[in-house]
Design a binder for this molecule. Structure first.
Ligand SMILES: Nc1nc2c(c(=O)[nH]1)N[C@H]1C(S)=C(S)[C@@H](COP(=O)(O)O)O[C@H]1N2
Ligand SMILES: [Mo]
Length: 214
């Protein structure tokens, strides 16, 4: 049991000492699955991702086209509002900033928010500026392998924190929609599924913005 010489608690103390554990969180070595409703069965031959709203040209990519977009690898810590954090998670996918910088998506100047549209009508919302940070990824792979159905296959959004930039602006993990099918650019914000249910729209784990009290 050599790999258990350092227990979960030791690892937790380590990341705490590195300022990587947000308030009220604890370290998990597992990868819990959390969502509302059933897990969709996705057929890649009919899958599309639609980019619409406040953009110069609406775009719809099929799976083959999506996979020709430039790809990015990111290692991040993720923080769930249900109080688990997972460290050094490795993701691969597509960065929205890269897509915009390289002209694949052309937001109008009026675009200030992005709504993630997922299977079964699930949505979540973030400011466009935040979506352009490099701790946000449209991810197809976790740990070198395609996402599992539970974790959002074939495409999900991931928002995390960087080990060497702890306390920079981040959000709890629910702002990453699993089974992503569309990105809507908007001038005005629109609360998503958990945000309407009373979760904090800003959702910064470093400020422990879990719930909204309105
Ligand atoms: N489509 C969809 N995405 C979702 C959710 C959901 O209910 N539906 N729940 C969110 C919540 S609350 C969390 S904590 C994370 C969990 O991701 P995981 O199951 O990969 O850990 O997914 C987020 N993305
Ligand atoms: Mo969650």
């Amino acid at each position: 049991m050599l790999n258990r010489v350092f227990g979960r608690k030791d690892e937790e103390n380590q990341v705490r000492s590195e300022n990587r554990l947000p308030p009220g969180q604890s370290l998990t070595r597992k990868f819990p699955v959390l969502h509302y409703g059933p897990v969709p069965r996705t057929d890649l031959s009919t899958w599309t991702l639609r980019i619409f709203g406040a953009v110069a040209e609406e775009v719809t990519w099929n799976w083959e086209q999506f996979n020709q977009l430039p790809r990015t690898d990111v290692t991040m810590d993720i923080h769930c509002v249900t109080r688990w954090s997972k460290f050094d998670t490795q993701w691969q996918g597509v960065s929205l900033k890269t897509l915009i910088d390289q002209g694949f998506i052309k937001p109008l100047p009026s675009a200030k928010y992005v709504i993630q549209h997922c299977e079964y009508g699930f949505t979540t919302n973030l400011p466009l500026d935040f979506m352009l940070e490099d701790n946000v990824l449209l991810a197809t792979h976790f740990d070198g392998k395609p996402l599992t159905p539970d974790h959002g296959y074939p495409l999900r959004v991931v928002v995390g924190s960087f080990a060497d930039r702890s306390e920079a602006k981040s959000t709890y993990f629910w702002k990453g929609g699993k089974w992503l099918r569309g990105l809507e650019f908007r001038a005005d914000d629109q609360l998503g599924f958990w945000e309407k249910a009373g979760y904090n729209n800003n959702a910064d784990p470093w400020r422990e913005e879990r719930f909204s009290y309105r």
